[in-house]
Design a binder for this molecule. Structure first.
Ligand SMILES: NC(=O)c1ccc[n+]([C@@H]2O[C@H](COP(=O)([O-])OP(=O)(O)OC[C@H]3O[C@@H](n4cnc5c(N)ncnc54)[C@H](OP(=O)(O)O)[C@@H]3O)[C@@H](O)[C@H]2O)c1
Length: 337
């Protein structure tokens, strides 16, 4: 037996893989012509995808970042207004992370932030708009006519306009995924095939082998945008109207993105959360109020940030490929759609 026998094994595997890729690309191109999605392939997982989670220095955002990095093998951008806190948070997460600072209320900060993400990874696959205006008991309980326009604008600027700013900044990168994906990214398993008439490189991405640039744009562009909303956005709430209005806007933002970019494989979801135990909420209120809040829920308890994180990671996975624009309620069964 040749001492090179292990290499024969490797090349045999490569040939088998190439055959499988060719077959899959043929199948895929047939499905595209029929206007239906091809069978899902394991290569369409979140492994090596680049995920931005805003407001991930703590609370729910931190758990979402952790889930994507540790259980989904994605590259995760951990960020908040504080670089120091983002670095500390990123250090607590196993896997590939990049800690950055961003203030979602400041367009130039958002621009600089996106530039840095692209500089490092050259692509953005998933955005989770999670940043939220710090919980403020006074605003939260104020009757509508006593709340101020200043309070409304401040909360909207973070929770709603912040999410709009980030979404607008990442969508161009999701749309040109083909180009940015191809040139210098070391993370994917793409391989250059040829050039189209405009001189654009045509790539084989995962199991997709394509020979038509229009088709490539449609298939290789794409991404997922998840925005964290809240149940008062659906059911209404007595008091704290700035928050309710901002979170209702998040649901509309999701619908706009889903409708406008569905054809470019950009999917969008809102997560309407009930009471989730974080430092900002559970730990900031009295035991009496905690119990009262739990009693209002059919499941008689608070949710955990990890329970939100699991849903976010599932939605970003390609297994959700034909569901978009929807709001998923995570509240232990209080608000039923
Ligand atoms: N916990 C709940 O029960 C609950 C329920 C419904 C919805 N939600 C929503 O879920 C999200 C997370 O809530 P949480 O309880 O985890 O809150 P949290 O612990 O206060 O975390 C909020 C995060 O947002 C960041 N942030 C605040 N202002 C920002 C800005 N201008 N630019 C960038 N980042 C900013 C904070 O970091 P820096 O301050 O360092 O910037 C922090 O990382 C929020 O959108 C919240 O409205 C929470």
């Amino acid at each position: 037996m040749s001492i090179l026998w292990p290499l024969h094994g490797v090349s045999h595997c490569c040939r088998k893989l190439q055959k499988r890729q060719k077959l899959y690309s043929k199948v895929k191109s047939i499905y595209n012509k029929l206007c239906i999605h091809p069978p899902l392939d394991s290569s369409m997982s979140l492994k090596d995808k680049v995920v931005i989670v805003t407001g991930s220095s703590k609370g729910i955002g931190f758990e979402i970042a952790k889930e994507f990095s540790e259980n989904k093998d994605a590259h995760v951008v951990v960020c908040s207004r504080s670089l120091e806190q983002s670095v500390t948070a990123a250090k607590k997460i196993k896997g590939s992370t990049l800690a950055l600072e961003v203030d979602v209320t400041d367009q130039s900060s958002v621009n600089r932030f996106i530039e840095k993400v692209i500089e490092k990874f050259n692509k953005i696959n998933v955005l989770v708009n999670n940043s939220g205006y710090p919980y403020n008991e006074t605003i939260w309980n104020k009757p509508f006519h006593e709340g101020t326009i200043d309070e409304l604008l401040k909360i909207i600027d973070v929770d709603l306009v912040g999410a709009v700013r980030l979404s607008r900044a990442v969508i161009p990168h999701m749309l040109k995924y083909k180009v940015s994906h191809s040139k210098q990214n070391n993370f994917g398993n793409e391989k250059r095939l040829s050039s189209d008439e405009q001189g654009n490189d045509i790539y084989e991405s995962g199991m997709f082998s394509l020979d038509n640039s229009e088709e490539i744009d449609r298939i290789n562009s794409g991404g997922v945008i998840i925005t964290i909303s809240s149940t008062p956005a659906i059911s209404g709430r007595t008091g704290g109207f700035p928050y309710t209005i901002a979170k209702a806007g998040n649901i509309s933002l999701t619908k706009c993105i889903a409708k406008e970019y569905g054809n470019s494989n950009i999917r969008a979801y809102s997560l309407a959360l009930g009471n989730i135990a974080t430092k900002a909420t559970y730990e900031a209120i009295s035991q009496e109020v905690r119990i009262e809040a739990a009693q209002e829920v059919p499941m008689k308890r608070w949710g955990k940030p990890e329970e939100v994180a699991k849903v976010a990671a599932c939605l970003a996975d390609d297994n959700f490929s034909f569901a978009t624009g929807n709001t998923i309620v995570i509240d232990g069964g209080t608000v039923l759609l």
